[in-house]
Design a protein around this ligand. Structure first.
Ligand code: SF4
Length: 325
């Protein structure tokens, strides 16, 4: 969190495990993070690092076989201690989520305008006329053409970019304090991606909502976030202001993610890929989880996982060599 902003969300020592017939698997292993009011905070990492599971825990929509411990303080309320009926109040009104794949997150059998209106029915006392007008207004705000006609369409009748705008309209119609955008531009082409990023920036500016922006692409995160948390194998391994992460990355994993961002002149060239793979949640790792993929690993890294090392007041990383590479 930026030291000047007031805190909205504070996660402390969050651990999430899944009980399966094969045993208990730990997907998130004690992470802490903060989001300030009106801030856009990025969580970045490859698939399988625990980003989405963290988001689902904030929304209180983890699968039944999961156990979450630690605390998620949202404006003074510990979300983890709420009962299901209490979280239903919060979800959609105070905290909302935009999913990556709008085709599967939208109801294929319901007109898109009606899907936006549902949130208003659940969380406001507006009558049907005013709800309808509010839906047209929000459709206009997210840049959907001809709201009255678009209201009547089904998801499959819209382009990917328009569907994502509907998903964003659903998320913001009740003016939530926090929006979680989970890979919201991954399925879109670059032009539509740029438009959606601009729309999220506009929402942040005009409605004062804070945003948690989840992505595997540090390049996209750089476009929109002020603070970034880098996640790897269920841990946060680096955190800091986005510019510092780019100019002075301290963890070899962050360095790899930066190297993997496609450049303008990379057309026709082979793109950089961090060698190896993200460990499975079933793997037991005694030392630093990045050690098998790390070019800087030393013997000690096989046995010990370091705590955070401070690079600056607002920048730290979990690597023995942080600040020295
Ligand atoms: Fe690499 Fe060791 Fe740092 Fe882990 S602790 S990132 S293995 S140098």
């Amino acid at each position: 969190m930026n030291c000047e902003s007031e805190s909205l969300l504070e996660i402390k020592d969050l651990k999430i495990a899944f009980k399966t017939p094969e045993g208990i698997f730990h997907a998130v292993k004690g992470i802490s993070l903060e989001v300030g009011k009106r801030e856009i905070v990025g969580i970045v990492g490859e698939s399988g690092c625990g980003k989405t599971v963290t988001a689902l825990s904030i929304m209180h929509i983890l699968p039944d076989n999961s156990v979450a411990t630690g605390s998620i303080d949202f404006s003074g309320i510990d979300l983890l201690s709420l009962k299901e009926n209490e979280t239903r109040e919060t979800r959609g009104r105070d905290i909302s989520m935009i999913f990556q794949d709008s085709l599967s997150s939208l109801n294929p059998l319901m007109k898109v305008g009606r899907q936006i209106e549902e949130n208003l029915m659940m969380h406001t006392s507006l009558d049907s006329r005013n709800r309808f007008l509010e839906v047209l207004d929000i459709m206009h705000k997210v840049g959907l053409p001809d709201p009255e006609q678009t209201y009547k369409k089904y998801p499959h009748e819209l382009s990917g970019g328009m569907r994502q705008r509907i998903a964003i309209a659903i998320a913001i119609v009740c003016n939530p304090d926090l929006i979680i955008a989970d890979e919201p531009t991954t399925a879109l082409d670059v032009t539509v991606q740029a438009q959606i990023l601009e729309l999220l920036r506009k929402i942040n500016r005009e409605s004062n909502s804070s945003i948690i922006f989840i992505s595997h692409n540090l390049g996209v995160v750089r476009e929109i976030c002020s603070i970034v948390y880098v996640m790897y194998a269920g841990h946060i391994v680096e955190k800091g202001p986005v510019n510092k992460l780019f100019t002075d990355p301290a963890h070899p994993y962050t360095m790899g993610l930066i190297k993997a961002i496609p450049k303008r002149d990379s057309k026709g060239k082979e793109l950089f890929d961090i060698r190896g793979r993200v460990p499975s949640i079933a793997d037991s790792i005694p030392g630093c989880p990045f050690e098998p993929r790390c070019d800087y690993a030393v013997e000690r890294c096989k046995k010990e996982f370091p705590g955070f090392k401070k690079i600056a007041n607002d920048h730290e990383a979990r690597c023995f060599l942080a600040g020295d590479i």
